[in-house]
Design a protein around this ligand. Structure first.
Ligand code: MCN
Ligand code: MOS
Length: 747
């Protein structure tokens, strides 16, 4: 009790080689936060504890649509330790949250009696202990007036998603009608939940008009803005900390109700309030990958050249919050096809709020497209790897500009070689291992390239050490580690001379750990911060008569261990001297990127590319399917830390196996309740379901930014499910046009 979580207890990275042996970028450093996590020293939001704190438990709606007519809380309030029960009647009135692209929050909770989904918070019970709060929550009785709910995809009228415009080039209809080969299919993908192991929650502590929030979030900077806007306090009055997160996978990108409820309850009671979600609530309170139904028409000439792609997606959403969409967005970019039409449409249903989940939209859309291409290849009797190679594009087909980098061809070629694809007999059911059917499948993957608004501060000290600060959360990816590596290279230090601290809005504002864009965005901002540091040094020495560097321009200066020197010189002017003469204790600078295109319109920003090759074995008698091998080749530009990047691809591949074969939220068609909302009922891959995964990186540093970095975090998942589906077809001769593929599909 009473340890107030303040700062992350992260050690500096351990330098495994002498400081002179730069560069550090590109090396396999292990995760600096790893030992702290293993030893239980890394503070998560669930560890945040303050004296006098109340525990909160949610009461959630048991109907999908209607209104609350009464909340009967007398029995709960009479229990020992129960302090208050908040409902829409006594919860503070809040303003709507900010309209942030990709980060807009749901409408504030407990504002009226309306119910829009099963699982919506209807009351918050506050008690002295966690057990008392949960016991009391069970005793709260809620009366409803129920109305018919729209739960099935067919129940709602499709509506446009403002940030996902329809796209169209060429004349898709004409090309389709005159094509040599055509595939038309409907493809369905199930609802999946992110469900990171770390339960999400928040501790809110008000001090006068200031509120301090310890949260589980991938985006502290956004949560700060969300809380400030809803509660009408200045940004400076909100501090959000999230130095560690027990995984996010997209579940932590939004200012979800639970954190708003914790902050509101703390305001009402005048005491700190901690609200931790339960595992079942992780299925209902923090978003998920929504269900899709897609239609695809793909046509080609006899030589396999694509002539048209028409891709339309329906995406399940909540009544009060549209889904992210982006299902067909990558289709327009993927292949060099002259005639492409895409559209995403949302369905407002009485279902929970959805959000992003690793490769959001891209995974679902890619699955449908890559299965369709496999069907096309079969129809034309062209090898599916060859079909893809024939349709690759070195320019962004939408803008016509050359990609800043693409090694997709190399991904496919090297993947085929490592897998031994040349030995494949293309005939379905032709390959066997004893009684087992063997199937080999392939899919390509593309993930958009983004850079997001981010600031980083660098500080150097007289002893030659340095510090880097940024408000982003390391969600488990290795951000702390790579930031230390990059800073070490830029400052001429070893990583253990750089103190990296993150995950606190008192630090420079940051983009989300999302869109696989944080590593690149922070790396670029860090480059700019160090450039500014050099400018600042040049300004300092310009007026310093005692400096040997006097009059030097910034680009003539080199930052090295211990200080600064002229490029090419061995004489180092030490930080201690330089700072002392200027009367400074340290020297800081900030670098900011805003994601703007500085290429002068000469190229299109490329994202990551990849190819997946999969072997499945299927027991035809009992329908048991095992993924036996995966080869994953990826082009992620400059790889900052191959050990960590490989971990990202491994994790993504496991996620892809989950989406392909297991993950499926069952929403009760009558009540809208999540029927399998525990980790015992919601299936995910176990170790036995995950084979050896062969991961390789190819490609050059990307040309779009000086860092050469492209995203790694999500691309590994994309393409895994369709490669498995295509392998299933090869093994069995069956086309299964939905995810996940269940055992019953194989009998
Ligand atoms: N990296 C690298 N070289 C590059 C790019 C990245 O070595 N060129 C490595 C670095 O270790 C970096 C990591 O890959 O920390 C991820 O970098 P990046 O691709 O920029 O992704 P983000 O930092 O933006 O992380 C978010 C991304 C997303 S969007 C999801 S979803 C996801 C993912 O990361 N959720 C994860 N990977 C996850 N991994 C863990 N353990 N937990 C999650 O919740
Ligand atoms: Mo990732 S789904 O952008 O957090």
């Amino acid at each position: 009790m009473t340890t107030y979580v303040t700062a992350p207890a992260v050690d500096r990275p351990t330098a495994t080689e002498p400081a002179t042996a730069t560069p550090w970028v590109g090396r396999d450093l292990t995760r600096v936060d790893g030992p702290h996590k293993i030893a239980g020293r890394a503070p998560y939001s669930s560890d945040a504890d303050v004296p006098g704190m109340l525990h909160a438990a949610l009461v959630t709606s048991t109907i999908a649509h209607g209104r609350v007519t009464d909340v009967r809380a007398a029995e709960a309030l009479a229990l020992a330790g129960v302090v208050d029960v908040l409902t829409w009647r006594n919860f503070p009135r809040l303003a709507p949250g900010p309209e942030v692209p990709l980060g807009w929050p749901p409408p504030p909770p407990l504002q009226d009696d309306g119910i829009g989904f099963h699982g919506q918070p209807v009351a918050v019970v506050l008690a002295e202990t966690l057990e008392q709060a949960h016991e009391a929550a069970r005793r709260v009785e809620v009366d409803y007036e129920e109305q018919p709910a729209r739960l099935a995809l067919d129940d709602a009228e499709p509506e446009p998603i403002p940030w996902v415009p329809d796209s169209s080039r060429g004349d898709t209809g004409a090309a389709w009608r005159s094509a040599a080969a055509r595939v038309e299919l409907e493809y369905r993908t199930a609802e999946n939940v992110n469900n990171p192991l770390g339960l999400m929650g928040a501790l809110a502590v008000w001090d006068g008009d200031r509120v301090d929030v310890h949260d589980s979030t991938q985006w502290p900077t956004l949560v700060r803005r969300g809380i400030a806007t809803m509660f009408g306090v200045p940004l400076a009055g909100v501090r959000v900390r999230s130095p560690f997160l027990g995984g996010g996978f997209g579940a932590g990108l939004i200012t979800w109700d639970y954190k708003v409820l914790a902050v509101g309850a703390a305001r009402v009671t005048g005491r700190p309030v901690k609200l931790m979600l339960t595992r079942p609530q992780m299925f209902t309170q923090v978003g998920h990958r929504p269900e899709t139904r897609q239609t695809l028409r793909v046509s080609a000439a006899a030589d396999g050249t694509l002539t048209s792609v028409e891709h339309r997606a329906l995406v399940a959403g909540a009544v009060e919050r549209l889904p992210l969409g982006l299902v067909t967005a990558a289709t327009a970019h993927g292949y060099a096809c002259p005639n492409v039409t895409t559209s995403d449409r949302a369905l407002r249903l009485h279902r929970r709020y959805s959000s992003a989940m690793r490769g959001p939209g891209e995974h679902e859309g890619n699955a449908a497209l890559e299965v369709a291409l496999d069907e096309l290849a079969e129809q034309l009797a062209i090898d599916p790897v060859e079909l893809r190679l024939r349709n690759l594009s070195t320019v962004d087909p939408a803008s016509g500009l050359p990609w800043s980098s693409t090694a997709l061809a190399e991904c496919l070629r090297l993947g085929a070689e490592r897998f031994g694809w040349g030995d494949r007999d293309p005939r379905p059911r032709s390959m066997r291992d004893g009684d087992l059917l063997v199937g080999w499948g392939v899919a390509a993957a593309a993930y958009g390239g983004y850079e997001l608004p981010t600031s980083v501060r660098v500080t150097v000290y007289p002893d030659g050490s340095a510090a880097v600060r940024n408000a982003a959360t390391d969600i488990g990816t290795g951000t702390y580690t790579i930031v230390g590596q990059i800073a070490a290279d830029l400052l001429g230090l070893a990583p253990d001379q750089v103190d990296v601290d993150m995950g606190d809005t008192e630090m420079p504002p940051s983009a989300q750990s999302g869109g696989s864009a944080l590593a690149g965005s922070v790396a670029h901002a860090l480059h700019r911060a160090v450039d500014r540091l050099r400018d600042t040094v040049a300004e300092l020495v310009a007026t310093d008569a005692d400096s040997a560097l006097g009059g030097a321009a910034a680009d003539e200066l080199e930052l090295v261990a211990g200080g600064v020197r002229m490029v090419g010189s061995t004489d180092i002017e030490r930080w201690s001297d330089l700072l002392a003469r200027s009367g400074l204790e340290s020297l800081s600078s900030e670098g900011t990127v805003d994601g703007s295109d500085t290429s002068g319109g000469t190229m299109a920003r490329a994202g990551a590319f990849g190819a997946r090759f999969v072997e499945v074995v299927i027991d035809p008698v009992i329908g048991r399917l095992r993924v036996r091998r995966v080869v994953s080749v990826n082009d992620c530009g400059r790889v900052l830390n191959p050990l960590l990047a490989r971990s990202q691809i491994l994790g993504g591949t496991v996620g892809g196996i989950g989406a392909a074969l297991f993950e499926d939220v069952t929403v009760d068609p009558d009540t809208g309740r999540v029927a399998n909302g525990t980790l015992a009922d919601y299936l995910v891959p176990t170790h036995a379901d995950v084979p050896d995964i062969d991961v390789t990186f190819v490609g050059d540093p990307d040309r779009f930014t000086p860092t050469g970095v492209k995203g790694v975090g999500e691309v590994g998942l994309i393409g895994v499910a369709p490669a498995i589906a295509n392998a299933v077809h090869h093994a069995t001769g069956r086309r299964i046009r939905h995810l996940p593929i269940h055992l019953e599909d194989l009998l």
